[in-house]
Design a protein around this ligand. Structure first.
Ligand SMILES: O=CC(=O)O
Length: 319
């Protein structure tokens, strides 16, 4: 039987190519610029498996990829999968959970620290040569240790954040989640709070919910009014889980103290977005899982997923 054909919309590391070459016929988009949608449809002709990181998999794409049987995303989030369309076309969808949990949790802690201690702002000040004797009070931040952290969305990454906050920074950690996790509460000494209570009482609020129809603009104007003026808001989930206009307003009016953001409603963020002019916002270009080790591990998991989905060799993480 001939090997299934797999197309990757970006170059893959050599050892992952070598693994795939043992099981499938691999083609890749290797140009520096992103493949356009119409070009992608051409590339998908005759292809059985598609590896991507964020391409929208919808009815239009599936109609343009008649042989497609599986899509493997090199990400844990799969909000770019239209699950109804995929079900209708009997497409297997896979993703890469577990391997990125610690790396994303590290980034969330970095955002908390960078925002509270104003690291990017003070780095720029030092480098500008404008650091003057006697202006120390202007450089003050706020403490992270022993503060109250509220995590919204207690999945695998939420748990890793809670551990770091609890054991590394002696924080008092509470969480809100669709399903209560009593075992984890006991094991880590976390408290479950209703959302409004968590928003009112936390010094740091970390949003970690996946993007679904229910979580679009989960945090909006009403939620920001509940937060303390001294609170710091962190979003490392998906930009659309927050009403960005309402967040900008909350940051401008002092409804909250600061925000640390890895994700935005539009990515890449538009250069005129007012968030980029705010000193009390730390902005990152969606790099939650972006370390060499973790991205390679995710790509390998995605490669194993597509092989398993197409050939039955091994097992895959289906969405
Ligand atoms: O945002 C990153 C991911 O979903 O893996």
């Amino acid at each position: 039987m001939s090997r299934p054909i797999v197309f990757s919309d970006k170059p893959l590391p050599k050892e992952i190519q070598a693994y795939l070459a043992n099981h499938v016929k691999l083609t890749m988009w290797e140009e520096a610029h992103k493949l356009k949608r119409e070009q992608l449809f051409e590339k998908l002709q005759g292809v059985d498996g598609f590896m991507t990181s964020g391409e929208l998999i919808n009815e239009e794409l599936l109609q343009n990829a008649p042989n497609l049987r599986a899509v493997s995303t090199i990400s844990v989030g799969y909000d770019h999968f239209d699950l109804n369309a995929m079900r209708k076309h009997q497409i297997i969808g896979t993703h890469t959970p577990y391997v990125l949990d610690d790396t994303v949790a590290d980034l969330v802690l970095s955002l908390m620290l960078a925002t509270a201690r104003r690291i990017p702002e003070l780095d720029a000040l030092t480098k500008s040569g404008c650091w003057k004797k006697g202006d120390s009070r202007q450089l003050f931040g706020v403490d992270v240790h022993h503060k109250k952290l509220g995590i919204i969305g207690m999945g695998r990454i939420g748990e890793k954040i809670a551990k770091r906050a609890k054991y590394g920074f002696d924080m008092d950690v509470s969480y809100f989640n669709r399903k209560r996790k009593k075992g984890m509460e006991q094991q880590l000494g976390l408290h479950y709070e209703e959302l409004e209570v968590l928003l009112r009482e936390s010094d740091f609020i970390v949003l970690m919910v996946p993007l679904t129809n229910e979580t679009k603009h989960f945090i909006g104007a009403h939620e920001f009014t509940l937060m303390k003026p001294s609170s710091i808001f962190i979003n490392a989930s998906r930009g659309q889980t927050v009403d960005e206009e309402a967040m900008t307003e909350a940051l401008l009016t002092g409804e909250i103290l600061a925000a640390g953001l890895d994700v935005y409603e539009q990515e890449p963020i538009h250069p005129t977005n007012p968030l980029l002019n705010l000193k009390n916002v730390v902005t990152l270009p969606h790099i939650g899982s972006a370390t060499s080790e973790t991205r390679d591990a995710m790509a390998m998991m995605a490669a194993k997923n597509i092989v398993a989905a197409l050939t039955g060799v091994g097992s895959c993480y289906k969405v």
